[in-house]
Design a protein around this ligand. Structure first.
Ligand code: SAM
Length: 234
């Protein structure tokens, strides 16, 4: 299924394509005390900036999954260039058969909203080791959204659902996760400075127009839409 917003991120080759950007990623990971013997799954890895950092900085075993061929091609090029040993899997996280209870840490940085949320959370709960942890960075509704705004956001980002914080916590709990907490505020959806970019030759005018629309949208709706970093265990 095509998603114009994800296509534009892939064509621009934007790394750290999530609220808070790569600086937030580094700050989250710093507190996780990741050990070399741990197995980390980065779902929706995009162009692989976080996966590369995990492998290089922590020396842990990293598996990076994405279902967008352009994202994965750029991720693979990155891993090759920096000689990072990241296991790459192409596929839809909802369909992949990953080994049950095999990961110590799962990261999803602005990914789950693009999938069928409950089904992906169930999947993650299945592949996480008991005692493992999951960290999600996801968009949330900060207040009750008008139908117009809800539909506009869904159309712009090619998503079906926008949850508020309580709804995310409920779905995480239903998937079996415990100790669900919010870490690393603030919550405002602003476009962070892009420092990691690997553009394709095939960027279209539509890509630029959609990028402008996205930036206008988050500026105009900062009171209604934000994000949270959810951390939970199993
Ligand atoms: C907003 S981008 C974030 C990319 C990366 N996590 C980052 O922060 O730079 C969302 C990513 O999730 C991937 N994605 C979306 N749905 C997916 C699915 N069902 N299975 C695997 N990857 C998916 C997209 O291809 C895209 O690379």
């Amino acid at each position: 299924m095509t998603n114009n917003y994800l296509d534009l991120l892939a064509n621009f080759g934007i790394g750290g394509a999530h609220p808070g950007g790569f600086l937030l990623t580094q700050s989250i990971l710093k507190k996780e005390q990741i050990q070399q013997f741990e197995s980390v799954l980065d779902i929706g890895c995009g162009t692989g900036q976080t996966a590369e950092y995990l492998a290089k900085h922590y020396g842990c075993t990293v598996t990076a999954v994405d279902n967008h061929p352009i994202m994965l091609e750029k991720a693979k090029t990155r891993f090759l260039k920096s000689d990072s040993s990241v296991i790459v899997i192409e596929g839809d996280i909802q369909q992949l058969s990953l080994r049950e209870k095999s990961y110590d840490l799962i990261l999803a940085e602005s990914v789950i909203s693009f999938t069928t949320i409950s089904s992906t959370l169930n999947k993650l709960a299945g592949v996480l080791k008991t005692g493992g942890r999951v960290i999600l960075i996801e968009m949330v509704a900060e207040q009750s959204l008008t139908v117009d705004l809800y539909e506009k956001a869904c159309r712009l980002y090619g998503i079906n659902e926008i949850l508020d914080e309580a709804e995310w916590k409920l779905k995480l709990g239903q998937a079996g996760f415990t100790q669900i907490e919010i870490i690393d505020t603030p919550y405002e959806l602003t476009q962070t400075e892009i420092k990691d970019i690997n553009p394709s030759d095939t960027i279209t005018l539509d890509n630029f127009e959609l990028w402008d629309e996205h930036n206008r949208f988050i500026t105009e709706n900062f009171e209604s839409l934000g994000y949270r970093v959810f951390r939970c265990t199993l």
